[in-house]
Design a protein around this ligand. Structure first.
Ligand code: C2O
Ligand code: CU
Ligand code: CU
Length: 517
């Protein structure tokens, strides 16, 4: 791959100039440097914008087995901050994109049209998807008339003159349990800026197990897509690309090498929004859709007796039994499905969702709930959620593989010392086999594996952490940690990736291939 070689060459030259940092020098403390931004967003008063909820997409057609959708990736203008409109690159031109509601066992086909000025690749995060629909980083949908000869797999021209843009049909079997998934851009070297501009949306799979529980639903089942952005004076998204056209040199300014941290917190695309609730239970599907920021969520004030967050689900769907938390730490791409019972607060209480990670300052707050009225609660809080899960048995594992996440040079992050190369296969698990994968790291990385959900076995040889329950597809590996997970490589043969979900690290090559054989 030309880009890879060219970049390596360039990095080699930088190394020659003495810019190499020793592996491990980028500790968690240094990661905070990314917050030092020359650009500061216009001031927004928190808790004045009502919480929006992304629209649910309607299928264009359904058959006995399949729901068909069409999405056009295009530029839109949206009031993100009160006042000036922000240019977003969105699915159907909106940010976050429309939510797709799927049923377990029923196929969804999404035709993605690309009307953006750049190539795109769309990945369903958490999806058990055949390789040709997984949104491999170089499996691009090119814009019309884009650089001839550039590679594109499975993409086709539109059937009519009015629709001569390029599209790709992504086919999702949904042979998996109910869970909160999300779809987002995955273009090689440019995922960070393209997601930041708005290319992310929710994809919810439902099934009968979940439907049989009387969890909060309807208006009381609320997605919370949390992200951070910095805005220019004119309300535009500020992203520190080396080449803001996203057509030439990839990468970000060295100051954001550790990951782009914005100074404004958005929930469902609105800055520090508020939501009025009744004194009943609500279910929140929390997704951290930020490029690089992790959150340590808590409620202020806490309810009497504490433990406001009753976690009912993880990345891979319902837990067997709820886990109660005072705080929820969520790293990029993770999902936590939590129930909060507002009857534990007197009517009239204002409850702030805080991010303790940041101590004080604007990014220490996320949104606010106002317990506005009394209402009879129709939901229950079951102590048994999912039936006993068939987790992969670590004793049956045939192979243990080690993946070391580190930075090898300024502007380059790597796995086992190697920057991503689409042509190098890094692991070949056998279809249907169980493997133990061990992730180690000198700084903090949310590690994500495509195709499979895994079970966290241990952290530093001890017990899994408080946020490791259930099936995971993304696990936060913090500074100096070793995290062991077990996965069963069932589903499909073919080529997939694992990578750090800090999108700047991902773009700067912290990614590896595996092929299920
Ligand atoms: Cu959410 Cu490979 O990504
Ligand atoms: Cu994924
Ligand atoms: Cu990382």
């Amino acid at each position: 791959m030309k880009i890879t070689r060219r970049r390596l060459l360039k990095l080699g030259m930088m190394a020659g100039a003495g810019m190499v940092l020793p592996v491990g020098a980028m500790g968690a403390a240094v990661a905070r440097l990314g917050a030092v931004n020359s650009v500061t967003s216009p001031k927004v008063k928190p808790f004045i914008v009502p919480l929006p909820v992304p629209p649910v997409l309607e299928p264009v057609r359904t058959s006995a087995t399949t729901d068909y959708y069409e999405i056009t990736q295009r530029i839109g203008r949206q009031e993100v901050l009160p006042g000036p409109k922000t240019e977003v690159w969105g699915y159907d031109g909106v940010f976050p994109g429309p939510t797709i509601e799927a049923k377990s066992g029923r196929r969804v086909v999404v035709r993605q049209w690309n009307e953006l000025p750049v190539p795109v690749s769309t990945h369903l995060h958490g999806g058990k998807t055949p390789p040709e629909s997984d949104g491999y980083p170089t499996d691009l949908i090119l814009p019309q008339g884009y650089g001839p000869g550039a590679p594109s797999m499975d993409a086709g021209h539109g059937p009519t003159a009015e629709h001569s843009h390029m599209f790709k049909d992504y086919s999702y079997p949904n042979e998996q349990r109910a869970a909160t998934l999300w779809y987002h851009d995955h273009r090689m070297d440019f995922t960070g800026p393209q997601v930041y501009k708005g290319l992310a949306g929710l994809y919810v799979i439902r099934d009968e197990v979940e439907g049989g529980l009387s969890l909060p639903k309807g208006e009381k089942e609320v997605p919370l897509v949390i992200s951070d952005r910095t805005f220019g004076e004119d309300g535009s998204f500020y992203y520190p690309s080396i080449d803001p056209s996203l057509e030439g040199e990839p990468g970000v300014l060295v100051s954001q090498h550790n990951g782009m941290l914005g100074d404004t917190i958005l929930v469902n695309g609105a800055p520090w929004p508020y939501m009025e609730v009744s004194n009943t239970r609500y279910r929140f599907r929390v997704l951290n859709a930020s490029n690089a920021r992790d959150y340590d969520l808590s409620l202020d004030p806490p309810p009497p007796g504490g433990k406001p967050f009753v976690q009912i689900g993880s990345d891979g769907g319902l837990l067997e039994a709820p886990v109660r938390h005072d705080r929820v730490r969520i790293s990029p791409a993770e999902r936590f499905d939590v129930v909060v019972d507002f009857s534990r607060y007197p009517v009239g209480t204002k409850v702030t969702l805080k991010n303790r990670e940041e101590g004080k300052g604007p990014t220490s707050e996320v949104m606010r709930f106002t317990v506005a009225r009394r209402e009879k609660d129709e939901s229950t809080a079951p102590e048994r959620l999912a039936p006993e899960q068939d987790f992969p048995d670590p004793n049956a594992a045939e192979v243990t593989r080690r993946f070391k996440f580190s930075n090898s040079a300024v502007g380059m992050w790597s796995i086992n010392g190697k920057p991503f190369d689409p042509e190098r296969m890094d692991a070949r698990p056998r279809l249907g086999s169980t493997e133990i994968w061990e992730f180690t790291s000198s700084s903090s990385h949310p590690v994500h594996v495509h195709l499979v959900h895994f079970r966290v076995l241990s952290r530093n040889g001890g017990k899994p952490g408080p946020y490791d329950a259930g099936w995971k597809d993304t696990v936060y590996v913090t500074s100096g940690e070793t995290v062991r997970v077990a996965a069963r490589f069932s589903g499909y043969k073919g080529r997939y990736v694992l990578h750090c979900h800090n999108l700047e690290h991902e773009d700067m090559m912290m990614m590896a291939n595996f092929e299920v054989v």
